[in-house]
Design a protein around this ligand. Structure first.
Ligand SMILES: *Cc1c(COP(=O)(O)O)cnc(C)c1O
Length: 383
C-alpha cells in the first residue's frame, strides 16, 4: 500500500537550526547565531512565557474557554465579528482553513514567485492546482495590481504577501482594492501579513471592513501570525481574518480545537504586551538600517524583519557564513539562487552578520589576494 500520488508535492524547507548545524559541523552550538527563520531575537513576550507556565496545569482539558477568549480579544482588537477570526495552528494552519473553505478539486491558487512555499503546498493538499505570478528582480520585486492581474486567469485564491517574504516589498491597499475589483466575484485575495507589525502600513483588514475610505468587501481575507513580532513561533499560533459574509464557514472546516490551550493563553498574554512588540519592532528597524547601509552588496529595501542580499552564489555564501558561525537563509528554494535572506537580530548579532558577510564576499571577490597562510587558516575549524 502507498500514499496517494504525491509526486507534485515538495517538502517545506525550513531555515536551518543551530543544533542541527552544530552537530553536522561537529562544533559547539554556542558558536552560532541563527538568522535564518525570521524569529524574534528577543524571544517570546515575557508575559506570554509566564502564561504558558501557568497554563501547564490545565493542559489536560480541551482548550474551549481559552480559544473563545483569544478569539474575542482579537475580534475586539481588529474591530470585527468573532466569527471572522479563524484561529489556527500557525499562519500555515490558517492557510489550510482558507484552502478547505474555498477550493473545489482542480481549482487553482495564484501564488507569487519568488514566494512562500506553503501557499502552493496547501492548495495541492486540498486537490487544487497552483499557478504563479512573477515578482521581477529588475523592478525590485515591486507588487502592483497589474503584476498580479497580468498572470490571473480566474483563480479561486490569489496570495499577496505584504511585506513579502523573502524580498521585503509591500503592496499598497489601493492596489489590493484595484486587484480585487479586477478579479472575479468568486476569487478570494489572501493578504498574508505575517510581517505586518514591521511595516509602517495599515492592515488590509481596512478593506474587509470598509474603513479609511475603502468600500467594505467580501473577497479579501487577511492572515496574521504570532510567530514573528510576538516571538511565539514555537507555540504555533496564527489566524485569518475572514470576510463577514462567509465567516461561519470556519465552524465547518476547522480542526476541533484548532489552537492549543498553551498557545491560546500565550497569545492572550502576548497581545497585551505592547512593550515587547514595540521593542522588537525598534530592534528590527535598527538592524534593517545597518544591514542596508553596511553590507558590501546590494540589499533590497525591506519592511519585514529580514533583508534580502544579492550575493551571486547563495549556496556558497550561506555555507561559508555558516562555517563562520552565522546561519542565514539560502534563497535558492525560493527561486532566488543569487540571494541570501538575513533575519534582523540584536545589535550584536547584526554586527556579526554584517562583518561575516562582508568578509565572505571580500574573500570570494579576491581569491588571488588570499595568501597561502590565510587560506590554510580558514580551513582549520575553530575550536
Ligand atoms: C512565517 C510566515 C507565515 C506564518 O508562519 P507560521 O509560523 O505558520 O505562523 C506565513 N507567511 C509567511 C510569508 C511567513 O514568512
Amino acid at each position: 500500500m502507498k500514499p496517494r500520488d504525491l509526486s507534485d508535492h515538495v517538502a517545506y524547507e525550513a531555515g536551518r537550526g543551530i543544533e542541527e548545524v552544530a552537530r553536522e559541523l561537529g562544533r559547539d552550538p554556542s558558536e552560532f547565531v541563527k538568522l535564518a527563520s525570521n524569529e524574534n531575537p528577543h524571544g517570546p513576550s515575557p508575559a506570554a512565557a509566564v502564561a504558558i507556565r501557568e497554563a501547564a496545569s490545565s493542559a489536560s482539558s480541551y482548550p474551549k474557554a481559552a480559544h473563545a477568549d483569544l478569539t474575542a480579544a482579537l475580534a475586539d482588537r481588529w474591530g470585527v465579528d468573532e466569527e471572522q477570526i479563524w484561529l489556527a495552528n500557525g499562519g500555515d494552519g490558517a492557510i489550510d482553513y482558507l484552502s478547505r473553505a474555498t477550493l473545489e478539486p482542480g481549482e487553482t491558487a495564484l501564488v507569487p514567485t519568488p514566494g512562500f512555499a506553503y501557499y502552493g503546498m496547501s492548495s495541492r493538499f486540498h486537490h487544487g492546482g497552483v499557478r504563479e505570478y512573477a515578482l521581477e528582480r529588475e523592478d525590485d520585486f515591486a507588487q502592483t495590481a497589474e503584476t498580479v492581474r497580468s498572470a490571473y486567469d480566474g483563480d479561486r485564491l490569489v496570495y499577496l504577501t505584504s511585506p513579502h517574504n523573502p524580498t521585503g516589498s509591500t503592496i499598497p491597499l489601493e492596489e489590493i482594492a484595484a486587484l480585487a475589483d479586477a478579479t472575479d466575484d468568486e476569487t478570494l485575495l489572501v493578504v498574508d501579513e505575517a510581517y505586518g507589525e514591521f511595516a509602517d502600513r495599515d492592515s488590509a483588514v481596512s478593506l474587509l471592513e470598509g474603513r479609511n475610505g475603502f468600500d467594505s468587501r467580501d473577497d479579501v481575507a487577511v492572515l496574521r501570525t504570532f510567530s514573528k513580532a510576538y516571538g511565539l513561533a514555537g507555540v504555533r499560533l496564527g489566524y485569518a481574518v475572514a470576510p463577514e459574509e462567509w465567516a461561519d464557514a470556519y465552524a465547518r472546516v476547522n480542526t476541533p480545537f484548532a489552537a492549543s490551550e498553551l498557545a491560546c493563553r500565550a497569545g492572550l498574554a502576548a497581545i497585551e504586551d505592547d512593550e515587547h512588540v514595540e521593542r522588537t519592532v525598534e530592534t528590527v528597524r535598527e538592524s534593517r538600517a545597518s544591514m542596508c547601509e553596511e553590507i558590501d552588496a546590494h540589499v533590497w529595501d525591506s519592511e519585514g524583519n529580514f533583508v534580502l542580499v544579492d550575493v551571486g552564489d547563495a549556496t556558497a555564501v550561506a555555507e561559508e557564513m555558516q562555517e563562520r558561525g552565522v546561519i542565514v537563509r539560502d534563497c535558492t528554494s525560493f527561486g532566488l539562487p543569487g540571494c541570501v535572506r538575513i533575519t534582523c537580530g540584536t545589535e550584536a548579532e547584526t554586527e556579526r552578520a554584517v562583518e561575516t558577510i562582508n568578509d565572505v564576499l571580500a574573500d570570494r571577490d579576491e581569491p588571488a589576494a588570499v595568501d597561502a597562510d590565510e587560506s590554510a587558516d580558514t580551513e582549520v575549524p575553530d575550536t
